[in-house]
Design a protein around this ligand. Sequence first.
Ligand SMILES: Cc1cc2nc3c(=O)[nH]c(=O)nc-3n(C[C@H](O)[C@H](O)[C@H](O)COP(=O)(O)OP(=O)(O)OC[C@H]3O[C@@H](n4cnc5c(N)ncnc54)[C@H](O)[C@@H]3O)c2cc1C
Length: 452
Amino acid sequence: MNLESLKAIIGPNVIEEDQDIISGATSDWTRRYQGHSTALALPTSTSEVAEILKWCSSNRISVVPQGGNTGMVGGGVPMNGELVLSLKKMTKIEFVDGAPAQLIADAGATLSTVQREAAKNGWVYGVDFSARESATIGGTIATNAGGNHVIRYGDTRKQLISVEAVTAEGIIVGDIRGLVKDNTGYHLPSFLCGSEGTLAVITRARLGLWAKPEEKVVVLVGLESVEEALDIARLFASTNQDMQASEIFFQNGLALVCNRFEIKPPWGGKHSTYLLLEFAGPKGVLERIQASNHGQILQNTESVAIGEDEASRSRLWRYRSLHTEAISGVGIPHKLDVTVPHHQLPYFMNTVGSIVEGCASDSETYLFGHAGDGNIHVNVIGPNENDLTIDKAVLEFVSSLGGSISAEHGIGRAKAAYLHLRRTPEEIRLFKDLKNVFDPIGILNPGVIFFE
Ligand SMILES: Cc1cc2nc3c(=O)[nH]c(=O)nc-3n(C[C@H](O)[C@H](O)[C@H](O)COP(=O)(O)OP(=O)(O)OC[C@H]3O[C@@H](n4cnc5c(N)ncnc54)[C@H](O)[C@@H]3O)c2cc1C
């Protein structure tokens, strides 16, 4: 890749060629994908992004857009020496005049900065998950990130009012300051949200915010079966409007987290299954939980912990949110982020371990996830990361139950070979036609979503 003519257009400072710096952007968080590149572009404005993409298009240079590089499916890794286009230096956040519950964030602003800016002004941003300090707004839109609060606020798509983006040919599209109601033809944010960097590079987004709840309470319950956990979650969900997170995990994951991070388990006794619920709303959150018909569940002090202040809430959350890091600490996991219909959840969680063992008897399966929306993360340690027998078996099982092979992480490279388990040949053909319209010469994220 001869970058001299690009440097002549946008100046030398935007292009990084130091391998020590580039190497941080060429492998992914899970360590499964190890790529390479000779250059990392770090634009500071939408017009620079447009200049870079115009140049890439004219020179037929493939591009991998990248935000915080926390993606779980290898979508942001330059596996074939592509130019990495990092949005990390574009971090501005501003509120919209006359529209208090909205802000405009540059694509490189992190999720946590957006959350903090929203909170300072009395609002909440509806998306939250534990990679918040690194994941960027552009990356969360590109993957349509879900996270902990989907049952209350919906996924990233539901927060998105408008986007600004640059097409593969360097054309800037999207009316970021435009109108909230605007039915003029196709809806650009819907096309780009979840497109995983294959259609355009997102440069800015206008996001909707929510009123900040006055109080929050976290409840952790130790149980003996998946069925019990799902019943409790369902009971609270149907009667308590404050519920905003409903997470499940199991004894082997809890033990790993406690060992790895040297933290004490919640109680002396062990349980097979753990349910973490978060409630938020006007003052009186705990009283409303206790007053409900099933409030007596909270009276068993041997297997219930309640966090009312920030420190105790985050102590309880750690048991769930440190799973991803703890599992990566013992190996490179096979990561399968799936959804199954609610009525299939107990069968799925009780059976998937034996399916994995049938493929690799020396494996350890960790299950955890967002039980409230049917989204379970199946993480398997043991078999070599390039042996995909387990991945195929689990995804086929999910598909046979009417589930989705990607709940919130996207398809990326990791799931591209299995897209047909969820999408019909006609849908895949339509997707490819759409990709050709946005990116006629195919320079944006080749190999992502579509298996070549
Ligand atoms: C500990 C941990 C916990 C996580 N928990 C969750 C969770 O609960 N829910 C969830 O949904 N995800 C979760 N993730 C996954 C991850 O954080 C999300 O996929 C996140 O949305 C990616 O953001 P990013 O900025 O890191 O994007 P990257 O990893 O840099 O990129 C992800 C994809 O988006 C594309 N992309 C990035 N920026 C742009 C842009 N500006 N324009 C166009 N395309 C772009 C890339 O090419 C790539 O295909 C977790 C990850 C970790 C490490």
